[in-house]
Design a protein around this ligand. Sequence first.
Ligand code: NAD
Ligand code: WQD
Length: 341
Amino acid sequence: MKKILITGGTGYIGSHTAVELITENYKVHIVDNLSNSKIEVLSDIQKITGKKPCFDKIDLLNKKETDDFFKINNDFDAIIHFAAYKAVGESVAKPLMYYRNNLNSLMNILSNMQKYNISNFVFSSSCTVYGQPDMLPVTESSPIKKADSPYGNTKQIAEEIINDFLNANKQLKSISLRYFNPIGAHESAHIGELPIGMPNNLVPFITQTAAGIRKQLKIFGTDYNTSDGTAIRDYIHVVDLAQAHILAVRRLIKNENKNNSEFFNIGTGKGNSVLELVNTFEKVTGLKLNYILTKRRPGDIEKVWADTSLAYKELKWKAKRTLANALLSAWNREKIYRGIK
Ligand code: NAD
Ligand code: WQD
């Protein structure tokens, strides 16, 4: 049985990936400092899969703690590195906290990979590395523009650190998955996006407004150069995204990768506007959302969606789930979490 270390595995995308890995018969070990997730997620994973993953509460920013963990646990076939801070606005206010956490924890992991010769690494990158692309859909060879935020910059720098590290360690391999906008939840509704405080992202804001926790959704910007004037993104169901990690791990373990550092866009290949999302949510849930149209949110780009042909060609991955399905799963999760009938 192949053994996979998931950092940040009690988080949103990590927990869905843990479920998919366990379902595919991998042995999963999670490390997380629980700064943005809850220990109960482990029992939720067990409710879905029948198995509770091994877990250690480790702050990957703490080199000694991380090194001590690897002294005992180093027989992994692959590491999937999710652990990071991810709030764009917070990163503008607290840049050092973001650079420190997202980059030092990455380096603490990489140095242990090297030390124990753990060959395979999957990294959570982001479409944020492209900024507003000149051409759409955006491909992996589109230029990497100057980052819009310290958070975005941590992803760009992290990709560079991984490249330099692999150049110096040719026996090690990595796949960076550039996620577009992950949304939705597992169909069981046992796991989902954990809403700590005011959500930054659109879908948790929508579900919390529908649940009555937020008074009103603000739609940021109605004067974009798009069919209905609202901004366009590529919203990818989190379970489809989780499954891309399984294929990436498999490719690395089977040595099917073409370079020791590879990058893949993980999106649906289709853009949807904010209003389309809101309308679809209303349609699939039968609810009426209280929303207003307001001015643009500073720093937002107009439109982006992925060219996913490389992921299909190399990983044999493509998104299967619909936007309607993703929004309904997010709402089902919100209802269970809030005890709404
Ligand atoms: P999340 O916050 O739900 O999960 C991240 C997990 O990492 C959390 O459980 C948190 O407690 C943990 N963590 C953070 N710092 C840590 C540290 N120093 N030591 C140990 N654990 C630590 O976020 P997510 O949405 O699941 O995102 C996972 C990864 O995907 C992140 O790297 C994020 O930047 C990236 N990503 C997310 C999105 C998105 O919109 N959700 C999009 C693109 C990329
Ligand atoms: C989507 C659209 C908003 C909230 C962020 C990060 C990016 C990546 C994915 C990690 C935009 C609009 C939103 C609201 C709204 N994360 N919106 N009202 O900004 O595309 O990307 O998450 O790597 O780096 O920047 O996602 O969900 O915040 O916004 O109208 O209350 O919804 O303006 O057009 P975004 P989002």
